[in-house]
Structures are given as C-alpha cells and as structure tokens.
Write a protein that binds this ligand. Structure first.
Ligand code: FAD
Length: 343
C-alpha cells in the first residue's frame, strides 16, 4: 500500500521535528521517518542529559528535554511517525516523489525534507573481538543510565568533550575511574579537564596521557581488566568493570548519497532562500545541508526549516499566495494549533 502525503521528512532529529511544526502552521500534514527506533537524533543519541544553553528563549535545557518539547509542540499536527526504518530510495514519480523505506513502506509525496543530520551516524568502535562479545553490557559507546556506574571501576577512552564530560559526571560515584587518551593534549574543553583535575574526588581518578588500549580481558560476559600501553611502552593491566569508548562518530551519509543530489563533502548544497536542493521539491535542512556561512547549530536549522516550509507550500498548492501570519493573533493559526482565540 502506498501512503499519499504532501510532505515527507527524512530524519526525526530536532530539525525534522520542528519541520513538522512549521509545515503544520501552514496547514500541511507530514509523515516523518527515522532509522533509529526513537526520535531526537543527536540530542537523544549522543547527549540526552547534557545541558544546551543556546536555544533562543530557553536559558538551559537538556538534549532530551528539548526533544520532548519539540514533540509536544508538534502534537497538534498529527504527523505520521515511522521509526526504525531507513529511507533507502527517493525517486521522481508522477510530478512528486516515490520514497521507499528499509521496512518496504512506500510513500507518494509532493515534497521531501531531508533532515538527516550527519546521516546514519555510528560510533567508532573497538576492533577487538572481546569488545564485541560484551558490547552493550560492559563495553559501551554511550551512557544511557549514569546510575549504572555507581561503585564501578570504570575506564574511559577518548580525548574529546564526551570523554571528559562523562569522566567528570561519573567519577564521584565510581569506585575508581581511569581516563585514557592516546595524545598528550585533550581535544575537549580545558575547563572540564581542569574541573576533573581539581575535583575533591580526584584521588579516585587516573588520567593517562599518550596511552592506548592494546587489549581487554573478559571472563564469560564480564569485563575483568584492560591492557594499556603507556608512554614508556610498558603495558599495564587495569582491573575494570566497565569500559566506555568515546572515539567520536563516523558519519555515513548512507543511501542519501545515491539520490542524485548535489553532494559537497557529505553534505547537500542548498540555496539560502528556500533551502532547496538541486532537485526542485527536495529540501535539505539542519546539519545535512551546506551553504556559504553555514553553522551546524540547532538554531540555524530551525530558521532553515521555517523557510523551507514556506517554499514547499508553493509547490503543494501552486498558484496560491502564502501569507505570513503570527501565531499570536491569527485565528487560522489558532485553529491549526487547536487553541482558543483570545480577544
Ligand atoms: P540530527 O540530530 O543528526 O538527526 C538526524 C536524524 O536523521 C537521525 O536521527 C538519523 O538517524 C536520521 N537519518 C539519517 N539518515 C536517514 C535515512 N536515510 N533514513 C531515515 N533516517 C535517517 N547544537 C547546538 O545548537 N547547541 C549545542 O549546545 C549543541 N551541543 C552539542 C553537543 C554534542 C555532544 C553534539 C554531538 C552536538 C551538539 N550540537 C549542538 C549540534 C546539534 O545536536 C546538531 O546541530 C543537531 O542535532 C542537528 O539536528 P538535525 O535534525 O539536523 O540532525
């Protein structure tokens, strides 16, 4: 069965979710697809508990709180959610587009909004077979539940913000924490490293610079210890219950690369009036697009989403003038939002 729609959004990160809202305000109902089983993109996957300080009008909120608010804001527009399915094919058909997912869902849509972020992003993983055996239990590439690490001997690998932030967040409640970085200098924020070094609990922390993991020892489904080669080439065995690896992400554009779009170093070229790609009717918003001066920030994505919605409306209802209306005062907006008119 083919699902007919005016707008199909690829990616349910912050920009995809706000795209539902901006289209909804213009009276356009959308369908949204994400390969992950949950909405939220990078905010939910990579930093659900971390504070964001640069969303206009929200002095501080966590990654997950932002996503929860965007979901609430999008609620009145009754979008169709299709999670855990990758969009694998987009092709021009019948004056619009035929879109197919990995779950074999087929959409016929007038417009497509690619809000695919860095594509299907995957953490860079350890190549050791032992690590694969206990992945998701004692070897992890993200922290889902910080309380799980209480009283544990933790080893964190990496030198960026994620490694430093989680070392700072977890060390006080841990039995012991070892932070291992292959270089002398950390890439993450110097203030975080300083906070870690000055922590009242710093007796529980070892920071090993110019060191790298050479092996891990497991016993059945448990981690026993890790082998670390230090500056002097000596290999030290460090007893450990949990290993957290923050070697960064390896972005994979995935199937998006095959849709005949004008790709520029894993991003899609767009104009800055409509945020449309080289294919009329296909828009690209958020981290996935590029144009002169592009900044990969959520607030930039929100602006792009609003303009792309206005541009798409002229394709969905050709010949009809699209008026800008304020949500504060417009009765049509209030009707679409499902709120009462206030005199
Ligand atoms: P994403 O959040 O990347 O979401 C894209 C979604 O598309 C993903 O869920 C992916 O699964 C899906 N997808 C991709 N390809 C397909 C496909 N073919 N089919 C189906 N689904 C697909 N920005 C700020 O403005 N302020 C901050 O303080 C801030 N802090 C950050 C901290 C960290 C640690 C990181 C990593 C990023 C931070 N950012 C911050 C950047 C911000 O998270 C991104 O700019 C934002 O997430 C981009 O949103 P997006 O919707 O474009 O893409």
């Amino acid at each position: 069965m083919t699902i007919q729609t005016d707008a199909l959004i690829v990616g349910a990160g912050p920009c995809g979710l706000f795209q539902i809202f901006e289209l909804g305000l213009l009276g356009v109902k959308s369908e949204i697809v994400d390969s992950l089983p949950v909405v939220g993109g990078q905010c939910t996957e990579l930093y659900p508990d971390k504070p964001i300080y640069d969303i206009p009008g929200i002095p501080v909120c966590s990654g997950q709180e932002l996503i929860d608010s965007l979901m609430k804001q999008a609620e009145p527009f009754d979008a169709g959610f299709h999670l855990g399915e990758e969009v694998v094919e987009v092709a021009a058909e019948n004056g619009g587009f035929r879109v197919v997912t990995s779950g074999n869902k087929v959409f016929q849509t007038k417009t497509v909004f690619i809000a695919g972020g860095v594509g299907s992003f995957q953490p860079r993983k350890l190549r050791l077979p032992e690590a694969q055996e206990i992945e998701g239990t004692h070897v992890n590439y993200k922290v889902k539940d910080p309380s799980r690490y209480r009283d544990k001997r933790i080893v964190i690998l990496g030198g960026g913000d994620s490694a430093l932030d989680w070392a700072l967040a977890l060390h006080s409640n841990a039995q012991h924490l070892t932070l291992v970085h292959r270089r002398d200098e950390f890439r993450g924020a110097p203030a975080t490293l300083e906070a870690l070094e000055r922590s009242p609990d710093n007796k529980k922390i070892d920071i090993l610079r110019s060191s790298k993991l050479t092996g891990i020892n497991i016993d059945g489904k448990n981690l026993v210890s890790v082998e670390i080669k230090q500056q002097d080439d000596e290999i030290t065995t460090i007893p450990a219950d949990d290993l957290l690896v923050f070697y960064g992400l390896s972005p994979k554009l995935g199937p998006i690369a095959d849709w005949d779009l004008d790709i520029n170093r894993k991003t899609i070229n767009v104009d800055t009036e409509r945020f449309e790609t080289n294919i009329p009717g296909i828009f690209a918003v958020g981290d996935i697009n590029t144009y002169p001066g592009k900044k990969k920030l959520i607030l930039s994505g929100f602006h792009e989403v609003a303009l792309a919605a206005f541009a798409a409306k002229t394709i969905i209802e050709p010949g009809k003038k699209v008026h800008l209306q304020y949500t504060t005062t417009s009765p049509i907006m209030h009707e679409r939002l499902g709120v009462e008119d206030v005199e």
